[in-house]
Design a binder for this molecule. Sequence first.
Ligand SMILES: Nc1ncnc2c1ncn2[C@@H]1O[C@H](COP(=O)(O)OP(=O)(O)OP(=O)(O)O)[C@@H](O)[C@H]1O
Length: 654
Amino acid sequence: MEDGKPVWAPHPTDGFQLGMIVDIGTDALTIEPLNQRGKTFLAPISQVFPAEDDVNKHVEDNCSLMYLNEATLLNNIRVRYSKDLIYTSVANILIAVNPYFDIPKLYSPETIKSYQGRSLGTLPPHVYAIADKAYRDMRVLKMSQSIVVSGESGAGKTENTKFVLRYLTTSYGTCQDIDERIVEANPLLEAFGNAKTVRNNNSSRFGKFVEIHFNEKNAVVGGFVSHYLLEKSRICMQSAEERNYHIFYRLCAGASEDIRNMLHLNSPENFRYLNRGCTRYFANKDSDKQIMQNRKSPEHGKAGALKDPLLDDLGDFNRMVVAMKKIGLDDTEKLNLFRVVAGVLHLGNIDFEETGSTSGGCILKNQTSQTLEYCAELLGLDQDDLRVSLTTRVMLTTAGGAKGTVIKVPLKVEQANNARDALAKAIYSRLFDHVVKRVNQCFPFDTSSNFIGVLDIAGFEYFEHNSFEQFCINYCNEKLQQFFNERILKEEQELYQKEDLGVNEVHYVDNQDCIDLVEAKLVGILDILDEENRLPQTSDQHFAEAVHSKHKDHFRLTVPRKSKLTIHRNLRDDEGFIIRHFAGAVCYETTQFVEKNNDALHMSLESLVCESKDKFVRDLFENNSNSKDSKQKAGKLSFISVGNKFKVKFCLWV
Ligand SMILES: Nc1ncnc2c1ncn2[C@@H]1O[C@H](COP(=O)(O)OP(=O)(O)OP(=O)(O)O)[C@@H](O)[C@H]1O
């Protein structure tokens, strides 16, 4: 920092503010803000940075800044953003700020054309420039390439992923409709995998890796989508301002009268899996008028439609139906999907009450009989079988003379509710798997030389309440951070050293210890959790205790009472743990970790769906019934580990 020159000093809301140093202490500086002459404040030396000579000037690449620090980087992005320049480069990395409105011509066909074949840095930073670099590198190096899109919810990951796909298919497609199909698949995936959250009206509740495949002539020949971790809890429950997956509302709003009658659908208000969240539709003035009154909830009637320029449940339903046709789904397949979606909704309406008998079990409430009938009809199940499977659990005895005898254990109301929700989650997530599989079948490729992959996965998450979903997402971001450290920081610096460039060493925190804490064999949190799942009597408390006792003095792990937030300090040691991630400490509440880590259904529910009269439903569970994992251990739930499945799938990718 030079004498008499402005500096960036911390600001409580803006991040940084410009000021002058008026006094230098041992570890703090006295700063006089430029816009509040006469007033001073103290700032730690480590948080004060030199400013550029002209703070209103901006550069396209942060590497061109005279001083590169947190404050100048932030200011450069801010100045550019104020001029609708949402993209900024940092060498090969692109920073994108979500403008939340359409910037004219930013993604036009002319813009696409202008970036084709142009080296990085010759045109203004753009997601197209990154896509083209990936393409050119693939061609020159004859190697597949990947683009990692990362950021918090609402940052614009999915929109930018779509721009990359459109750029590649438009620029390097073969003019067969395969290019179109790759782009057309999005409305279908989004209908089943996206939902309104408080942060994003069209939030992707699953991670995906989309591959665009090219032949030896480097033309697009097909695509492939892999998906990770659909948020299952949303299928049964959402917070007041949020919604379930779009498809539920789109079907209620857009289905023809015939289909609506066939599926026994009406307003979202009438379904438990929808009515605890927001029941309003996304609509514009016209589409709101077209949605029939009996399909709207009182909340929609009172507060009106939800507004978003990109969302419209009725219009999106129609667009989705067109997309289904384009990617090759016929009417029967379309109805199959709708039928299962409606079946899940009716399943959620099944209610239980205590029998009052000494056996302590429960029965279906009388009012529920119609719902049971609808659900059974839509999912091809026998009504009685469905009733029995929801209210009892089949067990095999393990010991004594009658080893292997089947006994039916009556379930309490709460257990039956859990069984119903587990069944709904299993059916819907299988349906989602099917949608992705079907999408993949519509852009097949026989010959692929290389591919460009785009990873669109949720960024680091930190809420007031963090559960198993956040744990998996943050573990994945920890792995991505390590990948970034290795590829960008370590390898680049090794190159500088090899070439004797004399560049100052950049220090970074190695996060291997945090990754080990999660994924190490036997002692890692994922394996401790799997171990808990295999116990005859599972318990979230026992799991949390095991985590703490195995990692007593681990730098990265501590108990919730050490949190800075009161809400976490109220948790007992056996109700959670804090992990110090690269991006900050997160307190995870471990209730439901054990349940959420298990993808398997109770034996009775499993065989119920596997023996459905409906071939479509049976096929959704086909792999399950044959798989080794799902073989029932006597007297105990089968176990398919969600956490480790995710680890293996994701590690393979990295
Ligand atoms: N480049 C852009 N131009 C205009 N609007 C944009 C752009 N990027 C994002 N948006 C708007 O922001 C919304 C959220 O973006 P997007 O869904 O891509 O976020 P995300 O990072 O994928 O979030 P999530 O992790 O919740 O899925 C979009 O629906 C769109 O309205």
